[in-house]
Design a protein around this ligand. Structure first.
Ligand code: NAD
Length: 498
């Protein structure tokens, strides 16, 4: 049985006696075990980071960027291998796994421009003989705690920017699919980053707590489910750290009567069922406006869903693969059962789906609910599986109020040909990322990713300028070069530059 260790300093090292099983979700077999580390492994990684980070921060930004340019080229060259590895532990299909790596590489590409981004502000003559300038300095040692569903993209969101600005980074990946983050750390050495600048410690809550309590870690970025995000935010900030903690989601797609129905059906099928619904930017709730739109959408969704091909993650024709673990499959099935109990109409039931020849894989067929209502717990909570819920609304205002009053506020989309309605919606909806005829509005790498309400705790978004702000401290210098002799000003009054 293959054992996945930790990546500390320049290579893979052991540590920790507890182990966690790594499945191959397509076959239902155990393919490896990951070591669950302890404070001792974290201390070792922090010690390496501490000795490497000052010289890395002092390296000029252009040279740090050159490492990232090389990293981008190396990861691109290993794309097939990384996508296969990712897909074998996560279960998403290969094309989707490549997308996972590519969206991370987009952030590396953004980070290659770090010399420009770190230039700072300067005001000449802010007062008589006074100039003011600001600089952004690295936090020191940062940590990233990541979820299972994007094992390449999300670590790269964090370390791409953090390393570029001069920090050392320690990633604690999901214990369900840690192999790709391990590989990404190894490739960073190949690209020329010094040992200790990107490391991986594996583990579960014990390791997360050790990170949150470690006095030498200054910034923590977390992505995962909301209760844990909130816990990480509370414990980390209580210890004086800077913390950004992204949580769960329940994204709505509003379908206006004038929307292009063919486009909507196609977009909803991909956004609700792609990656087996295991995306924080999936679109698991559709809100048709008006009875006619609802009936037409429902009728058109049924054949589109029946056409979906569920297959092993290496099947090039599969639309989506298995979910990540048998426990997660049971959880999704339980939510479907709960929806039925609560009175929603189960139009397509994917619970009994089994893939011939792969009966032990963690597959679930696509499910469609109609007449879901806002009081149902299956609407309020995140299911994170291949389940689409239709919530019928009578008006634009009612449709707008659904995502606005929902506990989560990650992403939302509106499908319409009416520019006024779209503009009004984007202005008023209480959600962080909005798509207009775009079902999965994940911002490009040079903009920033971040939800609202229980979808994110803390201030800054991921990557783009928000990422730069999160991973740096602002220092502002007010300087005056006296021409000799004291000017006799009153030092007890706040300076006013007058
Ligand atoms: P998760 O919350 O179970 O795990 C996330 C991380 O927290 C993992 O590294 C895990 O080891 C750690 N962890 C788990 N239990 C813990 C505990 N009790 N104490 C401390 N740490 C703990 O999330 P997941 O199942 O891996 O990922 C799916 C969730 O992540 C979904 O809710 C999804 O919406 C969310 N997500 C959000 C975003 C976003 O940007 N908002 C992006 C991707 C995924």
């Amino acid at each position: 049985m293959r054992t996945i260790e930790h990546f500390i300093g320049g290579g893979s090292v052991g540590g920790g006696t507890r182990r966690h099983k790594i499945w191959n979700p397509s076959t239902g077999e155990t393919q490896a075990e990951v070591l669950l580390g302890t404070k001792a492994e974290l201390d070792a990684a922090v010690a390496k980071a501490k000795s490497a980070q000052p010289a890395w921060a002092a390296t000029n930004p252009q040279k740090r960027a050159r490492v990232l340019f090389d990293y981008k080229r190396i990861v691109e060259g290993r794309m097939d291998e990384l996508a296969e590895l990712l897909s074998s532990e996560h279960g998403k299909v290969i094309a989707d796994a490549r997308g996972d790596v590519q969206r991370g590489l987009d952030v590396i590409e953004f980070a290659c421009g770090i010399p420009h981004v770190l230039k700072g502000d300067y005001t000449q003559g802010a007062g008589p003989g006074i100039d003011v300038y600001s600089m952004r300095q690295p936090l020191g040692i940062g940590a990233g705690i990541t979820p299972f569903n994007f094992p390449a993209m999300i670590p790269m969101w964090m370390f791409g920017v953090s390393i570029a600005v001069g920090n050392a980074m320690i990633i604690k990946p999901s214990e369900r699919d840690p192999s790709v983050p391990m590989k990404l750390a190894e490739l960073m050495l190949e690209a020329g980053a010094p040992e200790g600048i990107l490391q991986v410690v594996n583990g579960d809550k014990e390791m997360v707590d050790a990170i949150l309590d470690h006095p030498d870690i200054s910034g923590v970025s977390f992505v995962g489910s909301s209760d844990i995000a909130h816990y990480v935010y509370r414990r980390g900030t209580e210890n004086g750290k800077r913390v950004q903690a992204m949580g769960g989601a329940k994204n709505h797609g509003i379908v206006m009567p004038d929307a292009d129905l063919d486009q909507v059906v196609n977009d909803l099928a991909g956004a609700a069922f792609g990656s087996a619904g295991e995306r924080c930017m999936a679109l698991p709730v559709a809100v048709p406006v008006g009875e006619k739109t609802a009936n037409e959408l429902r009728e058109a969704m049924i054949p589109a869903i029946e056409k979906l091909r569920v297959g092993v993650s290496t099947d090039p024709d599969a639309d989506y693969g298995p979910v990540v673990t048998p426990e997660h499959r049971e959880r999704v099935k339980d939510w479907i059962g709960k929806g039925v109990e609560e009175g929603a109409e189960l139009v397509v039931d994917g619970r009994e789906f089994s893939l011939q020849g792969h009966e032990d894989g963690f597959f679930i067929g696509p499910s469609l609910f109609d007449r879901v209502t806002p009081d149902m717990s299956s609407y309020k909570e995140e299911i994170f599986g291949p389940v689409l819920q239709l919530v019928r609304a009578e008006s634009f205002e009612e449709a707008l109020s659904l995502p606005t009053t929902h506990q989560y506020g990650n992403g939302v989309a509106i499908f319409t040909r009416n520019g006024h309605a779209a503009r009004e919606f984007a202005q008023r909806v209480d959600v962080g990322m909005v798509g207009i005829n775009v079902p999965i509005p994940v911002p490009v790498a040079y903009h920033s990713f971040g939800g609202w309400k229980r979808s994110a705790f803390g201030d800054h978004g991921q990557h783009g300028m928000e990422g730069v702000r999160f991973w740096t401290k602002l220092k502002t210098v007010t300087q005056r070069w006296p021409d000799g002799g004291a000017d006799g000003g009153n030092a007890f009054v706040i300076p006013t530059m007058g």
